[in-house]
Design a protein around this ligand. Structure first.
Ligand SMILES: [Zn+2]
Length: 135
């Protein structure tokens, strides 16, 4: 079994609702996503996937959907305020945690037909969440 992983750095803002920690306040993170792909065989280039192709695929989506975007729970009362102010904001079905972002990236990459097995999001240097499909 062959595996390759590609890291992509991005920034996002968020806050969590129904939560008592510091993440209940509006703030941002400089995060890093690590996308891991797996294959039984290599292509005719000797690769699982080209690192550059993975980076481009993920970055185009991250740049459009998450980078420098405020991610909020759809029920967050500040959502309409930021939307009315013209801020770049995305409403999610649940809290915008690192777990949720990892799942969003996973679903996007898998939906593009790549053999992704895990996406990890490092919210800080010491805090990592990941998502992988059930096998
Ligand atoms: Zn946070």
């Amino acid at each position: 079994m062959f595996r390759v992983s590609k890291s992509v750095s991005f920034c996002y803002g968020h806050r969590l609702i129904n939560y008592n920690g510091k993440c209940r306040y509006l703030h941002g993170h400089n995060a890093r996503a690590v996308i891991t792909l797996e294959s039984n065989a290599l292509d005719d280039r000797g690769m699982v996937e080209d690192f550059s192709d993975v980076k481009q695929l993920v970055w185009e989506w991250l740049d459009r959907e998450i980078d420098h975007t405020m991610l909020l729970h759809k029920d967050d009362p500040i959502l309409p305020v930021l939307q009315d102010a013209g801020e770049r904001v995305t409403a999610l079905a649940g809290n915008p945690t690192a777990e949720t972002i990892a799942c969003m990236i996973y679903e996007y990459v898998a939906g593009k037909g790549y053999p992704v097995i895990e996406v990890a999001v490092w919210e800080t240097e010491t805090s990592r969440a990941s998502y992988s499909a059930e096998r």
